[in-house]
Design a protein around this ligand. Sequence first.
Ligand code: SAH
Length: 296
Amino acid sequence: MVHKPVLVEEVIDNLNLQSGDVVVDCTVGAGGHSLKMLQHIAPAGRLIGIDQDRDILKIASENLKHYKDNIDLLYGNFKDIDSLLKSIGIKRVDAVLYDLGVSSLQLDTPERGFSFKSDGPLDMRMDKAAAISAFDLVNNLPRYELRKILSRYGQERYAGKIANLIVEKRKIAPIESTAVLSHIAAEAYPYRARFTRIHPATRIFQALRIAVNSELDNLETSLDKAVNILNTQGRLGVIAFHSLEDRIIKNTFKRYASEQLVKIITKKPIRPENKEIADNPRARSARLRVAEKVKV
Ligand code: SAH
């Protein structure tokens, strides 16, 4: 259950870090990217690591203990990056990084309910203190809303069929586990589409996770705040794992560029080399985009 950080060298090459910089890792996770960043900003630099998963912050703290005097680990949602930084007296920073999605540690813990590959409760909350879980959505949302979530966030072709079957099944008994939901997905798929390379549950799980954690809204809110707290020449780096995220980042960066807030550093997103993908399948869909603040 190790989490291998994705595109680490590329992140470091493009964030232009200097010794003494103040940087924010909005998704500190197990601290893979943070550790590399700390090596570049130490001994005088400071890194603020944010995560909404309390359990993971404990792991980050352990993995980064060598730099304990240079770090602040903050529990919270990156959509509140402004108030989180304010709470420790920081107004401006030199770099902000996002490595979106869930970590392998979360994915590989069946009780968290993120994966259809092992059975667990239908949860999917990155922040265990959050009010709404995947169970709530699957068992309570009206059919048309379920359909909308599956089609919008999962780009799921059979969203209507799956939503119908969910509604039918939950009349008999609540849908409580990842395995049951995964079976429903397979059953709703036309027979010929069930056994393709991508499991029928893949897109539903992606869609529900995005909805449960308000992932796209939080990203948009946070980017607008991050770009404001960057120093001139400070860099903003974002790693996306699916096209919905990547489109938001691309369009947001374009908007900032048209407002003369940033210069886009990566005309095209940076993709991992084949060697990295072979070492770490999670890297397969990763795309890094970087922008540089033009003026404060
Ligand atoms: N770069 C990390 C891995 C990050 S995985 C490493 O190298 O180890 C993504 C992490 O971001 C997860 O731990 C998840 O809990 C966290 N996360 C996702 N969305 C978040 C949000 N809106 N606010 C705070 N943390 C978030």
